[in-house]
Design a protein around this ligand. Sequence first.
Ligand code: BT5
Length: 332
Amino acid sequence: MNDTRRALLDALASGPVTGPGLAERLDVSRAAVWKQVEALRDEGFGIESTGDGYVVSDVPPYGAAAIEYGLDAPFSVEYHDSIGSTNDRARELAAEGAEDVAVVADEQVGSRGRLKREWTAPSGGVWVSLLVRPQRPPAHVPVFTLAAAVAATRACREAGVDASIKWPNDLLVSGTNEGQSTRSADAVSASEASGGDRGGKKLAGILTEMEGEADRVSWLVAGIGVNANVDAADLPEGATSLREQLGEDVDRRLFVQRLLEEFADLRDNPDDVLPAWRAHSATLGQRVRVETPGGVVEGRAVDVEFPGALVVRTGRGDVTVHAGDCEHLRPV
Ligand code: BT5
């Protein structure tokens, strides 16, 4: 989306503005303003000309301009009805030199989880990839994954769903599958393998990808997938959706706006990330089993440390885990 259109959307969002006022504010001709207003009308915006100037009477439910209208975060939005993977598209944009772009899709047909796992992304979900260029060393990247998890959790909670974070990057809704603790170990691990967990059902996941030099991140893509207005029957076993939890659909436009605003805020205040993550964590205090590249670590999760490592208290002392798949175990 071009800068004029974003400036126009911002101006319209803050009240009636006249054509000449807009032209002056955006430093373009009145004809250019009119053309952009017509383009927004074509995209489904209701824009009325009143005595006080242009007034927005209707905003389309979803899409690039709809998300940018009233958005209090410095992201431009690229929207697709259907795409392979928003992360792949964000990587392409990174190669073209873009930054602060949110690639949003209604449906993904080739989306990815971590370690080349598949991610199911039917129409109705919130599938977003944020392309940013933090002035940070590559070693700090995990804190942005945690920031994305916190931002997504806050957006879910604001929508009325009590999500919490399983280290490092899953959002769970607890209490929805308590029966699991009485099932056989095989059944439990089958469900965990398909995305569920003893502590709850999986509502969202995050895939962070980056490219960097020795001392600085070149680009980072935080891919966030939230099962929003999706039927649980269309998701893998062990998954849940905002629709299933609420019994009704969420306003995805407002949801994505909150997500972007929270992420932008945390990115600017990285010291806030770990305290917020701890406060929203489902993992801390739990018995966990973490499969790491170096072997299995089992014990009680006691803390998360910068930039995103989990501290597990084991029989042999505290072990700091930097990466891996974490399972919540039954309490002994
Ligand atoms: C993740 O991987 O949880 C990261 C998912 C990231 C998806 C986003 S959507 C926007 C962006 N574009 C992309 O292409 N990807 C990102 P992981 O921790 O590896 O979990 C993957 C596992 O979760 C799968 O093996 C399934 O068991 C399960 N799963 C797949 N789709 C799911 C869904 N929609 N909801 C819950 N669980 C799912």
